[in-house]
Design a protein around this ligand. Structure first.
Ligand SMILES: [Zn+2]
Length: 297
C-alpha cells in the first residue's frame, strides 16, 4: 500500500493507493498555520488514520510546496513559510516510524501523470501547472528528475523567450526578477494581461467565461496567452524535447489551448516538425496527491 500526502497551504490530503493505483482511501484536514510542529502532527494523524482504515502500514510520500535542499537537508522555496529551514522528512520519519520521501508538489503532479495519467507510457514527460503560480516537473523513463539543485522543471522563473516590446522587461515577479514566465502564464498573470488590454478587474475564471460568451476582449486575452504559452514551451522543447507535455492547474481547463499552442509553437521551434503532444492532465487536482504516493515506486 502506498500513501500519498499533499501538503497544501490550506489543506492536507492523504490518499492510499493499491499496487495497481486504485484509490483505497482518501481524506483531508485543514493545514494548521503558524506552527511547524502542528503541521507535522497533522500529517502523522492522517497517516495513523490511513493505517487504521487500510489495516496496513503504507509507504509515505509527501508533496510539499518548495523542496528539501540537497545541500542542507532543509526545506527551501516554500510558500508555506512555517516549513522553511526544517528537515521535514527526518522530523516526520521520527513521528511515524517509517521512511519518508518528499518532492515538490509540481514534481508530484508530473510523476502522477507520467505513471498512470495522461503521459503513461511516454519515455519523457514534462508536467506543467498553470495556476496561482507556474510550476513544472520532468519525468524520464518513469523516474522523476529532481536535478542537482532540486530545481528541475522550474520554468516559471525563467524569462519569457522571444519577448516582444510589450513583454520586455515584463512585470515584476515575487522572486525579485522581472518578466518571469510565471508573471505572464499564472492565473494572476493572465488576469493582469487582460486588464492591460482595456477591461478592468476580472479573475482568470471570469475572463474564460466571458470568452465562452464571445466577448472580444476576453478572446484577445486568450489569444495573447496562447502565444506566450507557445513561446515558453518551445523554450523547454528546444532543451529537453519531451515526448509529451501534460498540463494541469486552473488555466489547463481552457480547452482551445491544446489545439492552438502546438500550431503556434512551430513558429519558434528549432525543427521543421514537432511531434510533441500537448494534453490536459488525467487526474486534475488529484495528481499531486497521487504522485506523492508514486514516490515509492
Ligand atoms: Zn520569478
Amino acid at each position: 500500500m502506498r500513501y500519498g500526502i499533499d501538503l497544501g497551504g490550506t489543506k492536507t490530503e492523504i490518499i492510499a493507493l493499491s499496487e495497481t493505483g486504485e484509490e483505497i482511501f482518501r481524506t483531508r484536514k485543514p493545514t494548521p498555520r503558524g506552527d511547524y510542529g502542528s503541521i507535522l502532527r497533522n500529517i502523522a494523524d492522517l497517516v495513523a488514520e490511513a493505517d487504521q482504515k487500510t489495516g496496513e502500514t503504507g509507504t509515505v510520500g509527501v508533496g510539499i510546496p518548495g523542496v528539501i535542499s540537497p545541500n542542507s537537508g532543509l526545506v527551501k522555496n516554500a510558500n508555506t513559510t512555517e516549513l522553511i529551514g526544517h528537515p521535514l522528512d527526518k522530523d516526520l520519519e521520527a513521528l511515524i516510524n517509517r521512511p519518508v520521501r518528499t518532492a515538490n508538489d509540481a514534481n508530484c503532479f508530473a510523476l502522477s501523470e507520467a505513471t498512470d495519467g495522461a503521459g503513461a507510457g511516454a519515455g519523457s514527460v514534462f508536467g506543467i501547472i498553470l495556476g496561482t503560480g507556474v510550476g513544472g516537473g520532468l519525468v524520464i523513463n518513469g523516474k522523476l528528475h529532481a536535478g542537482r539543485n532540486a530545481i528541475a522543471g522550474e520554468w516559471g522563473h525563467s524569462p519569457l523567450p522571444w519577448a516582444n516590446q510589450t513583454e520586455h522587461p515584463g512585470p515584476e515577479c515575487y522572486c525579485g526578477k522581472k518578466g518571469c514566465i510565471e508573471t505572464f502564464l499564472s492565473g494572476p498573470g493572465f488576469s493582469q494581461s487582460h486588464n492591460s488590454v482595456g477591461a478592468t478587474g476580472p479573475s482568470a475564471e471570469e475572463i474564460v467565461a466571458q470568452a465562452t460568451n464571445g466577448d472580444a476582449a476576453a478572446l484577445k486575452t486568450i489569444s495573447i496567452f496562447e502565444r506566450r504559452l507557445a513561446k515558453a514551451l518551445t523554450g523547454i522543447i528546444n532543451v529537453i524535447d519531451p515526448e509529451i507535455i501534460v498540463c494541469g492547474g486552473g488555466l489547463s481547463n481552457i480547452s482551445r489551448i491544446y489545439e492552438n499552442v502546438p500550431r503556434l509553437w512551430m513558429e519558434y521551434a528549432f525543427s521543421d516538425t514537432l511531434e510533441t503532444k500537448f494534453v490536459p492532465a488525467k487526474y486534475g487536482d488529484s495528481s499531486g496527491v497521487r504522485g506523492a504516493a508514486w514516490l515509492w515506486n
